[in-house]
Design a protein around this ligand. Structure first.
Ligand code: UDX
Length: 457
């Protein structure tokens, strides 16, 4: 067994992390911070160099400090090949991407490739290794696809090779805390030995460990994300009713969520959910159910309900300014939510598209996500409209002479909304899709505030 920390009790196994993207890096650093020796590997050499130099590849609060601290602690280091990873670690976590492939299905190619590489590196060895799938894969994949492939390539069986599932629940913008202090650790194992190994690597984490089969653990991940997406969509649908019958969605949901059977989180109405997980995971789950002949009423309509909410957000803007043609619109917030530079499935794309196709000129701002948004937008601008959207480096520049400002992501900067911002606009209308501006500022200084989920006064 590679030498782990021996401070108390039996040695803690050494952890290996394959794939140092968003999730792998946060996961590996959390192990290291919890005093577990950790080795990381990624196939991208430039990423390995960046991480070794203490530079994080993504915008994520607290991650640069955590990385620098763990490099200095000498508990975390990056190796240059699969062989070094699988020989240097007892428990190897696969944190490889599972992008959406053709037809919306998840694309298992990066995982299969990783499994083949890891399997080849494990060939011939006799020391026990546990490979843990952390990537999100549809229920049944660890046992039905990854295990046979791994056993065939490595020429090992369950006497020297264990396979487990351990889904992650990290939310972007809060990854460091979620990785260091998870609410629960879900593991799916096939033997008591593997459960013991996972207990040992998570020994220093203050969270309950829920042990089940690999397929059940995979189901937990999908069911959790689907449930959260349902909660958001539920709040979104109620918000449209609130706008018509009177009231404020936040006050309504605060009281709804005060019932502990419901819970107060994920009930904040907005322009629809975005991000790399919800849409992808719900689709994959619905597809899998359909393949098995199961027809779902609730989950199979979730994506459609989410798109309807984004159209509703555009409709609010149209209503606020009248005809969009020739109007100057300041779009504030391009990330899929505040606190990240990630624009995957951001509602800012369909919103901006609807606005420019309606004839508006859009100036966009985001404190962190402009570069990522610009890259995607420039690859696929709506037909003939590539110049109808430009980017600004300050909110002031964005608001100057605008007919309306639209807040798509609730960055703290937008919450400050000083009166001088209102004065820069040609018409001082703000369509606040997240109710980011605090209540006392909403109607101060001549601002015409329109809140998603808030009835007009
Ligand atoms: C999600 C899960 O939360 C996480 O556990 C999983 O590992 C990955 O997927 P993430 O996609 O980073 O995390 O973001 P999350 O905070 O869940 O938000 C997803 C989307 O829902 C965002 O667009 C967000 O703005 C929206 N949302 C969330 C709301 O509109 N209202 C809410 O109340 C909460």
């Amino acid at each position: 067994m590679p030498t782990g920390s021996r401070s108390r009790g039996p040695p803690t196994p050494v952890v290996g992390v394959a794939g140092l993207g968003y999730m792998g890096l946060a996961t590996g650093l959390a192990f290291s911070r919890r005093r577990v020796r950790t080795v990381g590997y990624d196939i991208r050499p430039e990423l390995r160099d960046r991480i070794r130099a203490g530079k994080t590849p993504i915008y994520e609060a607290g991650l640069p400090e955590l990385l620098r601290g763990e490099i200095q602690s000498h508990r975390f280091h990056v190796v240059d090949g699969w062989a070094d990873l699988v020989h240097g670690a007892d428990v190897i976590f696969l944190c490889l991407p599972t992008p959406r492939g053709p037809g919306g299905r998840i694309d298992l190619r990066p995982i299969r490739q990783g499994v083949r590489e890891a399997g080849a590196a494990l060939r011939g060895g006799t020391e026990y290794r546990l490979v843990v799938v952390k990537s999100t894969v549809v229920p049944g994949t660890t046992d039905g696809v990854i295990r046979p492939l791994m056993e065939r390539v490595s020429r090992r069986d369950s006497t020297t090779l264990g396979l487990a599932s351990n889904p992650e629940f990290l939310a972007e913008g809060n990854m460091v805390q979620d990785a260091l202090e998870p609410e629960r650790i879900v593991v799916g194992v096939s033997s008591a030995r593997d459960a013991r190994l996972l207990r040992a690597v998570y020994r220093n984490f203050p969270a309950p460990m829920l042990i089940q089969s690999p397929t059940e653990a995979e189901l937990v991940k999908y069911a959790s994300n689907a449930f959260l997406a349902v909660k958001v969509t539920f709040a979104n649908e109620i918000s449209r009713l609130v706008e018509r019958v009177g009231g404020d969605i936040d006050r309504v949901m605060e009281s709804v969520g005060a019932d502990s059977r419901i819970g107060s989180k994920f009930l904040s109405a907005g322009p629809g959910f975005g991000g790399s997980c919800f849409e992808k995971d719900v689709r994959a789950l619905v597809d899998r159910a359909r393949e098995l002949g199961i027809s779902w009423g609730l989950l199979s309509h979730l994506s459609e309900a989410n798109r309807a909410q984004t159209h509703h957000a555009t409709a609010l803007v149209r209503k606020a300014v009248g005809n969009l043609r020739g109007k100057s619109i300041a779009l504030l917030g391009l990330a899929f939510k505040a606190g990240t530079d990630d624009v995957r499935e951001s509602r800012a794309f369909p919103l901006a598209t609807d606005l420019v196709l309606g004839g508006a000129v859009v100036r966009a701002h985001d404190p962190a996500a402009v570069r990522n948004f610009r890259r995607v937008w420039e690859q696929t601008p709506p037909a003939g409209k590539s110049k109808a959207l430009t980017f600004c480096s300050t909110v002031e520049e964005c608001l100057r002479s605008a007919d309306v400002a639209v807040i798509q992501a609730a960055w703290p900067l937008y919450r400050t909304w000083p009166e001088r911002w209102t004065k820069l606009m040609r018409r001082p209308i703000v369509v606040d899709l997240r109710r980011a501006i605090p209540e006392p500022r909403r109607h101060r200084g001549g601002i015409g505030w329109v809140g998603l989920g808030v009835a007009a006064r």
